[in-house]
Design a protein around this ligand. Structure first.
Ligand SMILES: Cc1cc2nc3c(=O)[nH]c(=O)nc-3n(C[C@H](O)[C@H](O)[C@H](O)COP(=O)(O)OP(=O)(O)OC[C@H]3O[C@@H](n4cnc5c(N)ncnc54)[C@H](O)[C@@H]3O)c2cc1C
Length: 286
């Protein structure tokens, strides 16, 4: 069976094609995920609507409301962007540990998020940074916080004719510190078994005034545990408190089992890596 490969040159044209072909069409950006899905016969579209010839949506730029990353930005370009590295080194690091350099040269940020693969790196980190996805559809543009974008396994808030165009990360307080921890159980370049994004902010006495930790890869969608985060508010992150917060994450989350580890093992790793992330945001720099 042949597949038509259509190459619109702007998003309006892409949306019109999605509308015209409906369920027969599939968006393709870098193709690192779509091609595998085609090879494994998980999808069988008649038409691929490629975003590859659409210009002007691969950028990282700082605007008054935060950092804007175009959906067609390759992960490798995001990782190396001086603006992004200055804005949040932990986010640059997050992009730098996705797969390997060949994958990152091809994969786009929009594709990574839209695929909604639970075993991904950027979602947990972007969730704690308060990122929003900007979606373009027939009715116009809307913004969805990433905390509401991932609905389940391989499922997002994107409507059938919508396209993710941009990710916006609000400006972080000067005193905030972020960290990303990726634990791989199979190979160093593999997808995460557990992914931890962390952000903390402290007052001048070293008391915690904001703490956000999102666990990814071990659960269906990136998860924060507010009861655990709340333990930190107004407190110094002592070793005892760090252990209590880590324990609460491990206890609360409904972890999954797959080839990278059992649900039990993932809880053990969550306890270890939430602790490390907390120590990093307490002692390190963003
Ligand atoms: C060998 C290998 C190793 C990998 N390792 C990791 C890893 O360690 N960590 C990690 O996070 N990821 C990993 N990945 C996944 C990789 O990051 C994603 O496949 C990639 O980011 C998807 O981007 P893409 O541009 O190639 O998307 P595509 O494959 O083109 O598309 C992916 C999905 O998103 C949809 N889509 C794409 N762009 C848009 C858009 N702008 N709007 C709406 N829908 C859109 C497509 O229809 C499709 O459903 C790995 C992949 C491979 C092949």
């Amino acid at each position: 069976m042949s597949i038509d490969f259509l190459e619109p040159t702007d998003f309006s044209e892409a949306m019109a094609l999605l509308s015209e072909y409906g369920d027969d069409a599939k968006v393709i950006a870098g193709g690192t995920s779509v091609v595998l899905m085609l090879q494994q016969k998980l999808i069988a579209p008649n038409v691929l609507v490629s975003l590859g010839r659409i210009e002007g949506w691969d950028y990282v730029r700082l605007e008054p409301d935060g950092l804007h990353i175009g959906a067609l930005t390759h992960l490798r370009d995001a990782e190396r962007s001086p603006v992004l590295r200055q804005f949040c080194p932990a986010l640059a690091y997050t992009f730098s540990v996705v797969g390997n350099v060949r994958v990152r040269n091809q994969a786009t940020l929009g594709g990574n998020l839209s695929a909604a693969d639970y075993a991904a790196d950027p979602p947990a980190m972007l969730t704690v940074l308060g990122a929003r996805a900007r979606l373009l559809g027939p009715g116009g543009t809307r913004e969805v916080p990433l905390s509401e974008f991932f609905l389940g396994f391989y499922t997002t808030a994107l409507e059938p004719e919508e396209i993710l165009t941009e990710v916006i990360i609000p400006v972080l307080p000067e005193t905030a510190r972020a960290a990303y921890f990726k634990y791989t159980s199979l190979s160093a370049e593999g997808r995460p078994c557990v992914a931890i994004g962390a952000l903390a902010d402290f007052d001048s006495d070293g008391k915690c005034k904001d703490l956000r930790i999102a666990v990814g890869a071990a659960v269906e969608t990136p998860q924060r545990v507010e009861s655990a985060e709340a333990l930190a508010y107004g407190q110094t992150l002592t070793g005892e408190l760090v252990a209590a917060i880590s324990e609460e994450y491990a206890r609360t989350l409904d972890t999954l089992s797959d080839v990278r580890g059992s649900a039990w093992y993932r809880k053990e790793m969550i306890r270890v890596f939430v602790k490390r992330a907390l120590e990093e945001v307490r002692d390190g720099h963003r």
